[in-house]
Design a protein around this ligand. Structure first.
Ligand code: NAD
Length: 377
């Protein structure tokens, strides 16, 4: 048995790192799970649902003190780390970002073994553990629904006794996981979709039924590890002229462009928004990183003087509380199963030790462990 704890998130988070259906499977593999009271409440999961599958529900102190392995989404406050010495804490640390780096140092000083769920390598076998993908999928889907809610017209084309109405047109910028999800949901609602990314992913766009936007300038935007790299000044000018034209034509813009560890690239400027049709909507998924649109206000939704609504919510995955939690928990289950293989919970901690000690040890383990026994990994 491995004593495993699920922590309740802070006030601004609706998600939870474990859901009952996944907890039940883990319990079957020997994990003994205690859940902090109220942990699932904001995702619509009552304490009783955890108890019904065999988890115990108790206070935060009891969860922390009784567990060797702790799960959270947002890293718990740094002052809590002292009480977690010698334990393993698994959370969305973002170790490559300045805040994450600082948190790793604090965990290291507190002798907590810290696991960063965002550091899963982008290789095929690790896809099922990748929280960046699962949460981006939720965010991309939700972005379209937030856009549709603010757009006070039909998405699909309509021919009715009260008039004929064309379908709405959507432009998706940045076709990673969130962008593809946004394309899928937009098309499903009946919108006509066009899309662009700095990497040539025209095949993926076409396979989703979208039209690939072409910028009249050649440059390869692909960087290392499947991510994008920064583009040249000349390219950015050609790109702006293209976006300006498309902004005038479309009703909805969903922007998701991101470069890991960098400020969000600016793709839509004030003059482009001024030329958009009244009633159109921009949903800027990059709001937390500064936004792809210069007018985005992080965490807010507002309407400009010319009637364009700009949605800058930074909690889009959290707005899909239960769904995003289920996907996160499933990623966590795949992660522990990856470490233990067929052996079950009792092998979890020792297999991590083995992987770290071996020069050719498991690449996933080596990528996600930030620090152990007061030392960086
Ligand atoms: P991301 O969140 O880092 O970025 C979102 C998108 O923004 C990317 O497609 C990026 O190319 C694009 N972008 C960056 N700068 C831009 C600009 N100036 N203009 C327009 N677009 C810009 O990306 P992501 O969703 O994490 O995915 C990146 C890639 O990695 C995708 O191809 C995805 O399918 C792939 N991926 C692979 C795995 C795996 O193999 N395990 C897992 C997840 C994602």
């Amino acid at each position: 048995n491995l004593n495993t704890g699920i922590l309740k998130e802070g006030d601004n988070e609706k998600r939870v790192s474990m859901v009952p259906s996944v907890a039940e499977k883990l319990i079957g593999k020997g994990y003994k799970i205690s859940v902090e009271a109220g942990a699932g409440a904001k995702s619509g999961i009552p304490d009783a649902a955890y108890e019904a599958v065999g988890c115990s529900v108790t206070s935060r102190n009891a969860v922390v003190s009784s567990s060797e392995l702790l799960f959270a989404i947002n890293p718990p406050p740094e002052q809590d780390l002292g009480g977690m010495a010698g334990k393993m804490l698994v959370a969305w640390v973002g170790r490559r970002l300045p805040e994450g780096e600082k948190y790793v140092k604090a965990a290291q000083d507190a002798k907590v073994t810290l696991v960063d769920t965002t550091s899963v390598p982008r290789i095929t076998i690790a896809q099922k553990m990748d929280v960046l993908s699962s949460q981006a999928k939720c965010a991309g889907h939700r972005a379209v629904l937030e856009g549709a809610y603010s757009f006070e017209r039909f998405y699909q084309g309509e021919i009715t006794a009260a008039g004929k109405y064309p379908p709405c047109h959507t432009m998706v910028l940045g076709i990673g996981v969130a962008g593809l999800a946004a394309m899928g949901t937009s098309s499903a609602l009946g919108s006509v979709v066009r899309a662009w990314d700095v990497r040539d992913v025209s095949d993926q766009v076409k396979s989703m039924g979208g039209k690939w936007i072409t910028v009249d300038f050649k440059e390869d935007g692909a960087g290392a590890g499947g991510y994008a790299k920064e583009s040249s000044k000349e390219f950015q000018e050609a790109q702006k002229a293209t976006f300006h034209k498309h902004c005038k034509e479309v009703d909805i813009v969903i922007s998701t462009a991101a470069i890991p560890g960098r400020k969000s690239p600016v793709l839509i400027e004030e003059y482009m928004v001024k030329d958009m049709k009244p009633g159109s909507v921009i949903v800027d998924l990059a709001a937390a990183g500064g936004g792809n649109c210069t007018l985005t206000k992080s965490g807010e939704k507002y309407t400009t003087e010319n009637g364009v609504t700009i949605v800058g919510y930074t909690d889009l995955a959290g707005r899909m509380g239960e769904q995003a939690s289920s996907m996160y928990a499933t990623n966590m289950m795949h992660m522990v199963n990856h470490v233990t293989g067929k052996e079950g919970a009792s092998a979890f901690l020792s297999n991590i030790e083995k992987a770290l000690a071996d020069e050719k040890g498991d690449i996933v383990v080596k990528s996600i462990i930030c620090c152990k026994d007061g030392k960086p990994v």
